[in-house]
Design a protein around this ligand. Structure first.
Ligand code: ATP
Ligand code: MG
Length: 418
């Protein structure tokens, strides 16, 4: 038994001693059997929520209407949920109301997959009425009971099934897969936030490519986002197997950057998936930068190194050093891993400044130095200085920056006179 569960054992024992059945359930039981690390402990009990609160006065009613009490015990928090059934499902979503019951088997019956419907008793015995252990041995994803009915009750279970199949590299039991193929369209009844939460775990999990393939093959993918990135296009454009090598925070950017969709379509996809604003902004920066750089690479010959360096520097200043570094990392997904990625990386690292505030002069000092009224000319002068510094054509020293600005102003005046 993992340390975390051993720590919670007295909670089970205390409930047991008061005459209430209490067991470990869900992910912690599954992961323990698989020999995986567990990240939290869920307890189920026959005690009603009020009874749990009476036995553990230092507890918080975190989800009272669902029967969940968070119990504090020796400074750890455990979720204790009363055995329950979920009877009335509406619109293919989890029900709002639940009914508390006395039977453990009844509680396990409402759970989604056999591997998630096992209970571990305080004495270490496994209660496994739906043969979850056998499915772990056979590496199978199987619904508890009738798969068609279970997916029709709550369509989110289909995404969960795919998530666990990909994560553990399990196959689907025949009927469970058949039910997925017939009911994928019910996913449209599920709130996009919940869909996104599942997708996020798949993309950031250990086998993102496997998850995407299963989403495509099951038919679920077409109900996840509008417009969805076409899987075939993504697969055509990138080294699918390399996705898992990227750090999780870059995987969405990579998928969308290689989806073959336009900038506008990608933006709509992210909106329909309710991407958080910051993620959306960082993905858009990478995509715009990629577009501009691909253009530059296609238009110029490699021998025009200085042109290419200028284009790269302009991109870094426009979209930020972070987006630039991110894009370089996702380049490993390209079929022909380009050697210019190394060059770009080196140029990026060599840039003495990539944002205005790194310049050793500010707009105010500039205006004073060149004896001009502050105005809109300052912005463009500062940007021009930054580009020259980033290109290493001009040292980032106050007097040199000022000198250069004066020169440009004088040139502009002569040009105006002509
Ligand atoms: P993990 O937390 O590692 O992703 P988990 O199995 O603990 O996996 P949770 O979402 O924490 O997943 O849910 C806890 C348990 O509740 C599950 O193991 C399963 O028994 C049950 N469960 C969760 N969501 C559903 C659902 N939509 N339908 C039926 N049972 C569910
Ligand atoms: Mg869990």
């Amino acid at each position: 038994m993992p340390e975390m569960m051993a720590g919670a054992l007295p909670v089970l024992e205390k409930l047991n001693s008061q005459g209430f059945e209490a067991v470990f359930v869900g992910g912690c039981v599954r992961d323990t059997i698989m020999g995986l690390h567990i990240h939290d402990v869920d307890i189920a009990t026959a005690a009603l929520p009020e009874q749990v609160m009476e036995i553990f006065p230092d507890s918080i009613p975190t989800g009272l209407q669902h029967g969940t009490i968070t119990v504090r015990f020796q400074n750890e928090l455990y979720e204790v949920t009363t055995f329950r059934t979920e009877s009335e499902y509406e619109q293919h979503r989890r029900p709002a109301g639940v009914r508390f019951i006395a039977s453990l088997e009844g509680d396990l019956l409402r759970r989604d997959l056999t591997i998630n419907a096992m209970a571990l008793m305080a004495d270490g015995k496994l209660y496994d009425p739906f043969k979850g252990l056998l499915d772990i041995e056979r590496r199978l994803i199987r619904c508890v009971g009738d798969a068609d009915a279970r997916f029709q009750e709550d369509a989110l279970r289909m995404l969960r099934a795919v998530r666990f199949a990909a994560k553990f590299s399990y196959s689907f039991a025949y009927r469970t897969w058949r039910a997925l193929r017939s009911h994928h369209h019910l996913l449209r009844h599920i709130a996009m936030e919940r869909v996104m939460a599942e997708l996020d775990q798949m993309i950031e999990g250990p086998r993102p490519a496997a998850a995407m393939k299963l989403l495509g093959a099951s038919g679920l993918l077409q109900h996840t986002a509008k417009p969805l990135p076409a899987l075939t296009d993504i697969q055509k454009n990138m080294r699918w197997d390399k996705l898992a090598e990227l750090k999780p925070s870059l995987r969405w950017a990579a998928l969308l950057a290689y989806s073959g969709a336009t900038v506008g379509q990608t933006e709509t996809t992210m909106e329909s998936l309710r991407f958080p604003g910051r993620l959306k902004a960082s993905v858009m920066a990478v995509i715009r930068l990629q577009l501009q750089m691909k253009h530059a690479l296609a238009a110029r010959s490699y021998s025009e190194e200085n042109q290419l360096r200028r284009e790269w520097t302009i991109c870094v200043l426009e979209y930020g050093a972070e987006a630039a570094a991110d894009w370089l990392e996702i380049l490993i997904l390209e079929e022909s891993y380009p050697d210019f990625a190394m060059t770009f990386k080196q140029w990026l690292e060599e840039m003495p400044a990539t944002v205005l505030k790194q310049l050793k002069i500010d707009g105010h000092a500039l205006a004073q130095g060149v004896k001009r009224q502050p105005g809109s000319w300052m912005g463009s002068a500062m940007k021009r200085l930054l580009l020259a510094v980033a290109m290493q054509q001009l040292p980032n020293e106050p007097h040199r920056l000022l000198e250069q600005a004066k020169l440009w102003i004088a040139e502009d005046m002569t040009n105006d006179d002509e």
